[in-house]
Design a protein around this ligand. Structure first.
Ligand code: SF4
Length: 228
């Protein structure tokens, strides 16, 4: 699976100028096992921004990266991004890889860090988080939340390595990160079209821009349609 590799390179390039703290997967934060509602009055602050996964077959170590303040040092609502870079088995069969990407996408809906209420929709890369005052008192930090996420992703046997990046640094290019998230969604949408449509006409297809940009997309659709 190499379709998202150029986005991973771009994400790394966007974030490289900023100071970061990297930690190997450590003790995970508690998962409460179900949706929790954190009322505004119980909220220390909200994180508002972008959250998305980038899947690859290249080697990824289990680690968390924090760029900017950790929850203990955040005093007001803050812009935020979460990027999870996920290594999967090189399954060879694109349909299997595509199914895996969808399965990985659902992990965020089954991860419930204690005092860390994530809100997002399946058709959007927007991600908002409410962090509870009680969680701050109990010592929540991004490395612990990220370690929990790594555990959850790795419940899928084909997931081999996960790097979760949290960004709260005020100098981060959040617009640039969002553009990557949009492109990520467009590539996933194109894969969806390719996997589910046997007919194609590139001259009228509204996904042509993505196929022109991402190596291997057109070839994949040709193969899936039996033209090659
Ligand atoms: S190969 Fe052509 S028809 Fe298929 S998704 Fe790409 S542009 Fe569209």
């Amino acid at each position: 699976m190499k379709f998202f590799d150029s986005l991973i390179d771009k994400a790394n390039a966007l974030l490289a100028p900023l100071p970061c703290r990297t930690q190997s997967k450590s003790v995970a934060w508690d998962d409460v096992g179900k949706n929790q509602v954190i009322m505004r009055r119980d909220t220390a602050f909200e994180l508002e921004g972008t959250g998305f996964n980038l899947v690859t077959s290249n080697c990824v170590n289990d680690e968390t990266v924090v760029i900017g303040n950790d929850p203990a040092d955040i005093v007001k609502d803050t812009r935020f991004a979460r990027i999870s870079i996920i290594q999967i088995d090189d399954v060879g069969d694109e349909q299997q890889a595509y199914n895996l990407i969808k399965k990985i996408e659902y992990v965020k809906y089954h991860t419930f860090p204690d005092g860390y209420m994530m809100r997002s929709t399946s058709r959007s890369h927007k991600e908002a988080v409410r962090v509870a005052k009680s969680a701050i008192k109990s010592g929540i930090d991004f490395h612990k939340v990220g370690s929990l996420m790594i555990d959850k992703y790795k419940e899928i046997p084909a997931v081999k390595g996960v790097k979760v990046i949290f960004v709260t640094h005020p100098n981060a290019d959040f617009g640039g990160i969002e553009n990557l998230a949009v492109k990520n969604s467009e590539i996933a949408e194109t894969l969806n079209h390719i996997m589910n449509s046997v007919n194609f006409d590139c001259s009228t297809c509204n996904l042509k821009a993505i196929c022109d940009e991402v190596d291997g997309m057109k070839e994949l659709h040709f193969r899936k349609s039996g033209k090659e």
